[in-house]
Ligand binder design. Structure first.
Ligand code: NAD
Length: 304
């Protein structure tokens, strides 16, 4: 195999088999890649290998990395990615061969990613940041939007892998560019969701039907991803089952805020959105879906 061809049956190590990692790894298995999987949750690993017997369960990030042509991380945040790749016990770097390619598809902090890229390059390992947007549904059908940071050559090498998981693949710039754009995207996404929820709370108190409100937004200028993809499905129905947690959304807002601060830029609305989501995370607690932000808006509405 040449350095430019990560095509099936290349061996891919996959770390993190949660809400997103599970369906993304399943797409790779379906495309014919050989997978070596690891998650700190033994249950997540056995569940995945049970459903995809061609995948090999491994006992550490290092063991997953051994013999892999590329390694993908789909972990909660960049600190955990760094632990899994470099700083933790049995870290992946100890198992990776020189020339291997790492793709961090988690939503990590771009400033940390720039440092991670330099540290991995020192061992001959290239890094692409390749975070995704589209949620669990689009992870399942392989139509994610993927925002890439890194070199053109590494992206071309990784393209067959990314094609198996995503539909729109955009090179955003050098290392960290994908992670920066992802955090900023989620600032827009989170703000649109809060705006819809506040509108629903006010409208309902005025006597409007929430389903009718969402339908009208969707045929009017208030239309957004929140109104189209989350409005009736998860918010008005109160199923709150999007598969993306308030905690992870709050982390993304904090990342966007950190980037602005790092660049010494005052962004009052971003600052406010970050505070709003962090307070919501504290109030709603671990495990809350991010669409439960409606419940938080309802709580605030009733405050004296
Ligand atoms: P999740 O919490 O469902 O999954 C994370 C997985 O990582 C868990 O299975 C956990 O056990 C595992 N893990 C934690 N630490 C580990 C370690 N050190 N080594 C190996 N495994 C470890 O999270 P998710 O919703 O799948 O999100 C993953 C990433 O994707 C996050 O950065 C998130 O912000 C981003 N993201 C999520 C969505 C979504 O809709 N859920 C959409 C786009 C991006």
């Amino acid at each position: 195999m040449t350095a430019s061809s990560l095509v099936p049956p290349a061996t891919i190590a996959f770390l993190g088999l949660g809400m997103m990692g599970r369906p993304m790894a399943a797409r790779l298995a379906g495309a014919g890649f050989k997978l070596r999987v690891f998650d700190v949750s033994q249950k997540a690993v056995s569940h995945f290998v049970g459903a995809h017997p061609s995948a090999l369960a491994t006992a550490s990030a290092k063991a997953a990395a051994e013999g892999a042509d590329a390694l993908i991380t789909m972990l909660p945040d960049g600190k955990i990615v760094r632990q899994a790749l470099i700083e933790g016990r049995d870290a992946a770097r100890e198992g990776l061969g020189a020339g291997a390619l790492v793709l961090d598809m988690s939503s990590s902090n771009p400033v940390d990613t720039q440092k991670l890229a330099r540290d991995l390059a020192a061992s001959g390992v290239a890094l692409l940041d390749a975070p995704v947007s589209g949620g669990v549904k689009r992870a399942v059908d392989g139509s994610l939007a993927i925002m890439v940071g890194g070199s053109v050559a590494d992206l071309e090498r990784a393209r067959p892998l990314l094609d198996a998981m995503g539909k729109t693949i955009t090179l955003c710039g050098p290392a960290g560019a994908g992670h920066a754009l992802k955090a900023l995207n989620n600032f827009l996404s989170a703000s649109g969701l809060v705006a819809m929820c506040e509108a629903l709370v006010v409208g309902e108190a005025f006597g409007l039907d929430p389903g009718t409100m969402v339908d009208v937004f969707n045929s009017s200028t208030g239309k957004s991803n929140a109104t189209e993809v989350k409005g009736r499905q998860f918010v008005v129905s109160r199923s709150f089952a999007s598969g993306f947690s308030t905690r992870l959304m709050a982390k993304d807002l904090r990342t966007a805020g950190d980037v602005a601060q790092h660049l010494k830029l005052k962004m009052p609305m971003l600052q406010q959105a970050m505070g709003y989501w962090m307070a919501a995370d504290g109030k709603l607690g671990a495990g809350a879906d991010h669409t439960e932000i409606l419940r938080y808006a309802e709580m605030l509405a009733e405050e004296e």
